[in-house]
Design a protein around this ligand. Structure first.
Ligand code: FAD
Ligand code: EPU
Length: 339
């Protein structure tokens, strides 16, 4: 394990922001993680836990230790008639895991194909796409408590998963580092294809012919048509969550904007498509410094011109203000801002 001072993180965040960490280290197991945490504590350094860097905004240089969690391995730890339980190291790439599961015809991860980043970050915001969230396939996780360096287990209910949310973004924010995640996957057909765009893409395939692979292929195709690849156009996916409002507020909004896109979101609530709100506030293509609102997907802010984290935050603030002015709806940022 090597602790490197003054380390540029540009290639380790998908917005390609050229911020530096005061110290950087990669850890491959719990002994290395523990040693890194000890180093940080002795130097009174703040921590930046890094996976694939696809959901962070580096607003400035980070004045502490950036720890990249590289725990590897995919292990079948249990199996019964209906399910397999896979324990996966936090440092495994998410989409490689999806591909691994497709190879074994396990059902469960196909809708979550092509989400950037690593397995250890997936529980943080309960990643979701095309009608499935991590919580639907989650069994438990292991994490090291930063203060005590003791490893503990979290079962599903303890994680308090919700839309783009978990206990690790709230009460236990910055308290644990996830080292392993155990997923519970179906061994026999179990498709989840109600999401309209996915259903439409698969309409010509008879239900009996659906496989995790052909569902994954359809998801990849839809995603590739909509979302810019970070390698080509640096971005962090959706920059804002889709806001959840009361049905009453939604009805008022729909009176004024009959074409507003929205989805039912449980008892008395409606989830609005933030992309629609942003596009119809005339903000596509809006720029601040090197940052712009993507022209194909208004929920994505891009860093096309080697902008800084501050350019992105200035643009985000402007979008939030304009959306609030026009619709009286608050947009909450999805990526986490550091330092
Ligand atoms: P990072 O960006 O490295 O970290 C994100 C947060 O998690 C940070 O606060 C970090 O400290 C914390 N963290 C990371 N690893 C650990 C760990 N081991 N222990 C504790 N904390 C940790 N998200 C979706 O939900 N659905 C999508 O469809 C989706 N599409 C995307 C498309 C694009 C093009 C991009 C760029 C992003 C997209 N995202 C999507 C967002 C992103 O991919 C997810 O949030 C992903 O889980 C982030 O993983 P990461 O490893 O890159 O995390
Ligand atoms: N739309 C517009 N203008 C646009 C783009 C979209 O009006 O520029 C409208 C369209 O009518 C579309 C609706 O908005 O029907 C929703 O768009 P889309 O299906 O692209 O999904 P999204 O709500 O923008 C969410 C997630 C994505 C996830 C997709 C698929 C959030 C914040 N975002 O995006 O997750 O991949 O659904 O499930 O929930 C991410 O979190 O980073 C992310 C990319």
């Amino acid at each position: 394990m090597t602790i490197i001072p003054d380390y540029c993180l540009q290639h380790l965040n998908t917005l390609a922001i050229a911020a530096k960490a005061k110290f950087f280290v990669e850890v491959r197991d719990n002994d290395e993680l523990s040693a890194a945490l000890k180093f940080a504590r002795e130097g009174q350094l703040p921590l930046l836990v890094l996976g694939g860097g696809s959901n962070i905004v580096l607003a400035d240089d980070f004045p502490g230790l950036a720890i990249m969690v590289k725990h590897a391995g995919i292990e079948l730890v249990d199996e019964d008639e209906n399910f397999v339980y896979l324990q996966v190291g936090a440092g495994e790439n998410w989409h490689n895991l999806v591909r691994y599961c497709l190879g074994f015809h396990y059902w469960g991860l196909e809708n979550l194909s092509l989400i950037p980043g690593n397995v250890g970050a997936a529980p943080i915001q309960n990643i979701g796409a095309y009608g499935v969230e991590l919580k639907d396939v989650f069994s438990e996780l292991r994490a090291m408590e930063i203060q005590s360096r003791v490893v503990v287990n979290f079962e599903k209910d303890a994680c308090e998963f919700a839309y783009r949310d978990s206990i690790f973004k709230n009460r236990f924010r910055d308290r644990y580092i996830i080292t392993h995640v155990t997923l519970k996957l179906h061994k026999s057909p179990h498709n989840m294809i109600e999401y309209p765009a996915l259903k439409q893409a698969l309409a010509t395939i008879p239900e009996a012919d659906l496989t995790p692979q052909n569902i994954s292929d359809a998801v990849c195709e839809i995603r590739s048509a909509k979302l810019p690849k970070p390698e080509d156009i640096p971005n962090a996916g959706s920059f804002f969550k889709n806001p959840i409002v009361s049905n009453e507020d939604f009805e008022n909004l729909r009176q004024r904007y009959p074409t507003v896109v929205a989805y039912a979101a449980g008892a008395g609530h409606t989830k609005l498509a933030a992309a629609w709100l942003i596009e119809h506030a005339g903000l596509k293509g809006e720029q601040r410094g090197g940052a712009s609102v993507h022209k194909q997907q208004a929920l994505v802010l891009t860093n096309t011109q080697q902008g800084s984290g501050l350019d992105l935050l200035a643009l985000a603030k402007y979008v939030q203000e304009r959306v609030f002015e026009q619709y009286a709806v608050n947009l909450e940022m999805e990526p986490r801002v550091y330092p």
